[in-house]
Design a protein around this ligand. Structure first.
Ligand code: NAD
Length: 260
């Protein structure tokens, strides 16, 4: 059903984005891959996808902190691939520190990458989706779009904002065959959280795996990290026709974290 459509996934050189790229490519979806990777490596990744799945694949390394770079990236993607049918705003960064000393440059970077970039990519993708009367926008938020944790002021703010943005887009596009949803994962096994695990390991003098377990179980009742692939499969469902009435939703995949 999705064969021949095009998905643009920000931050698809790693973690959740990369796993989602594989899940969609298996269905014959053409891809715009993106992330902070050296140009040659990015091009090689796109070639690998194109050959393995017999799809069209493009790589772009635009830095999402730069709105001009995002504009060029989106124009190039649309120029080369046609309409972006599926937009997954996934790229994100983290910095944990008390608000007392939270650096302004980290605040600005997190708001730009985790929130403002999605505003720009959505704005650029909507005209094509509207012209086709079909589109899927999936924003990777977090449980931290629904609840807060200590030392994550910028991340929690950005993710709450992303959920708000998603709801407005869902309302504005409800009659045009376009859905917009946020996915709110708990812990996912990706490089993003390694700093947090290393900090616990250092402070509590623990092995990496024990520190990881302690981090997960501190707030998440399900005592395991999710595999990135699980999110890819959920995104695939949201792209299906059966999911056409799921829109404006903030969908937890969080091992009962926010059930408490
Ligand atoms: P990751 O670190 O594995 O991947 C992040 C991706 O974003 C990479 O491709 C990276 O190149 C890209 N990126 C980072 N900064 C960028 C910039 N300035 N410009 C362009 N690209 C940039 O992380 P992940 O865990 O796969 O995270 C993906 C999304 O999932 C993020 O939005 C994150 O907040 C969210 N999330 C992750 C978890 C988790 O436990 N890992 C939980 C909830 C939500």
């Amino acid at each position: 059903m999705l064969k021949g459509k095009t998905a643009l996934i920000t931050g698809s050189t790693s973690g959740i984005g990369l796993a989602t790229a594989h899940t969609l490519a298996e269905q014959g979806v053409n891809l715009v891959l993106h992330g902070l990777l050296a140009e040659a490596e990015g091009i090689a990744l796109a070639e690998e996808f194109a050959n393995k799945y017999n799809i069209k694949a493009l790589f772009d390394g635009a830095n999402l902190m730069d709105s001009n770079a995002i504009a060029s990236f989106m124009d190039r993607a649309i120029d080369m691939m046609g309409t972006i049918d599926i937009l997954v705003n996934n790229a994100g960064i983290q910095h944990t520190e008390s608000i007392d000393t939270f650096p302004e440059n980290k605040w600005n970077a997190i708001i730009a990458i985790n929130l403002t970039a999605a505003f720009h990519t959505i704005q650029k993708s909507l005209p094509g989706m509207k012209a086709n009367g079909w589109g899927r926008i999936i924003n990777i938020a977090s449980v931290h779009g629904l609840v807060a944790s200590l030392n994550k002021c910028a991340y929690v703010t950005a993710k709450h904002g992303l959920i708000g943005l998603t709801k407005v887009v869902a309302l504005e596009c409800a009659e045009q065959g376009i859905t917009a949803n946020s996915i709110c994962p708990g812990w996912v096994d990706t490089p993003l959280i390694n700093n947090q695990i290393n900090e616990i390991a250092q402070k509590q003098q623990l092995e990496f795996e024990q520190a990881k377990y302690n981090l997960v179980t501190a707030k998440q009742p399900l005592p395991e990290m999710m595999a990135p692939r699980q999110i890819g499969e959920f995104i695939l469902f949201l792209c299906s026709d059966n999911a056409r009435s799921i829109t404006g939703a903030s969908l937890p995949m969080d091992g009962a974290w926010t059930a408490q």
